[in-house]
Design a protein around this ligand. Structure first.
Ligand code: KPL
Length: 302
């Protein structure tokens, strides 16, 4: 299958590298990374997921005019609209959002004619340097139609991921799964970013109440929006991801460390906005959003 991975940051490079074991992959990447991949291939680091191996996907900085069976969008949530505009100049049978935060599928669907799938991934990844990506935790990919239900496009995309050795589930309840992932990210990402700790820190006494409150509030907003996610399920997901990825650096912590803009708006900020529409108070998500946004403003990142 021909696959474009649009946004070769940490997760995009890892997933692109795994997919390239089986498929014809083109990475849309930043200049230095694209050059390194063209010159020496993509080298995953670490012994997880059957590494090490080197693959040689194509790599470009220009995401316009591309054609493929499948486009996997892995850019940061605030870059989704720009990615969609570039993808709209090409041609794809199906487009799959594999991103953090909420609202990405709607942004893609508003700009593209291809069917849009939603996906979540629990792999840990860090882009060490141009051309080198570390897998810090083997996880799985869950994908499906963005409104729930089944489709042949989701089945085909699921087969493509599985054929590349990625543990994949094709789910017919993506809205619930996206809200569950949102609860996990709302609990882990800002707390680890603000305290510069790894994911396991949210299981420790000092941080755990804050993280659990953020996840509980997210589940409450999900239910108000018609999605059946109980507090117990959200907390169980938070605990299980935090312990399975205890030694990993969350994406928001990586962003803060590198002084980059974070995905706070599409994670805790999304919970705050949906809560306001539903007339609900979400004080923990509001506080975490405001702290991370204040950090971003102080560095002219927003
Ligand atoms: O998705 C993640 C992220 O870092 O953004 C988690 C689940 C927290 C794993 O690190």
């Amino acid at each position: 299958m021909e696959i474009v991975v649009f946004g070769a940051g940490s997760l995009g490079s890892l997933v692109g590298g795994l997919l390239a074991r089986e498929h014809d992959v083109t990475l849309v990447a930043r200049e230095a990374h694209a050059r390194a991949v063209r010159e020496s291939g993509l080298t995953p680091e670490g012994d997880a997921a059957g590494f090490p191996f080197t693959v040689s996907p194509a790599a470009t900085t220009d995401g316009t005019g591309l054609e493929a069976d499948l486009a996997v969008v892995t850019v940061k949530s605030f870059d989704t609209a720009a990615a969609a505009d570039a993808l709209a100049t090409g041609s794809f049978d199906v487009v799959c959002s594999l991103q953090n935060g909420m609202g990405n599928e709607e942004t893609l669907a508003a700009r593209l004619e291809a069917p849009i799938l939603a996906a979540t991934a629990t792999y840990g990844a860090i882009l060490r340097e141009p051309g080198v990506v570390a897998c810090t935790g083997v996880g799985e990919v869950i994908l499906g139609t963005r409104d729930g239900g089944s489709s042949t496009a989701a089945d085909r995309a699921g087969e493509a991921f599985a054929a590349a050795g990625i543990e994949t589930t094709v789910a017919d309840d993506m809205p619930r799964r996206l809200w569950e992932k949102l609860a996990v990210n709302a609990g882990i990402n800002p707390v680890t970013a603000l305290t510069r700790t790894e994911n396991g820190a949210v299981l420790e006494a000092d941080a755990t109440e804050l993280s659990r409150a953020a996840a509980r509030e997210t589940a409450r907003v999900a239910r108000a929006c018609g999605v059946g996610l109980s507090n117990r399920e959200a907390l169980a997901a938070l605990e299980s991801v935090a312990s399975e990825t205890a030694a990993n650096t969350s994406s928001m912590h990586q962003d803060v460390r590198a002084e980059r803009r974070t995905e706070i708006d599409a994670i805790n900020g999304y919970v705050v906005d949906r809560a306001a529409e539903q007339g609900l108070e979400v004080p923990t998500n509001r506080l975490l959003t405001s702290l991370v946004q204040t950090w971003e403003r102080g560095r002219d990142l927003r």
